[in-house]
Design a protein around this ligand. Sequence first.
Ligand SMILES: [Zn+2]
Length: 140
Amino acid sequence: MSRDLKGPVKITAEQLELITEHAIRDAPNECCGFVAVKGDVATRVLVAENEAHSPLRFEISGKQLFQLIDEIESAGEELGAIYHSHTRSAPYPSQTDINFAAGWPGIEWLIVGVKDGLTEVKSYLITDGVVSDVPVAIAG
Ligand SMILES: [Zn+2]
């Protein structure tokens, strides 16, 4: 999976809220999911299941991944961002995230930090192991 770089994914406040609600709901475990885009505009949020059910990592099986990607592509959309939460550390990519990202060039990494019910959302591009900040762009 890759995506042509078209600038930061523009996400609506409602979509962002779906993501932060998911993070709060699944805490203290990490949550995960996808943001589908058309161009650089987020079209919808697809909630995934963290099959590791762990506060330290997230895992999406090949089967679940295939279903979600198929759902996105058959709607004429692209994968724009992968989101997950950090409930025990700052919303910054872990080494595991950086390694995982190697297979997903051009995809943004949206990380929700959850602490005491408060959330902080950050976004990154991870290219060849190098993490760069991306502004979380709110559409509309
Ligand atoms: Zn992480």
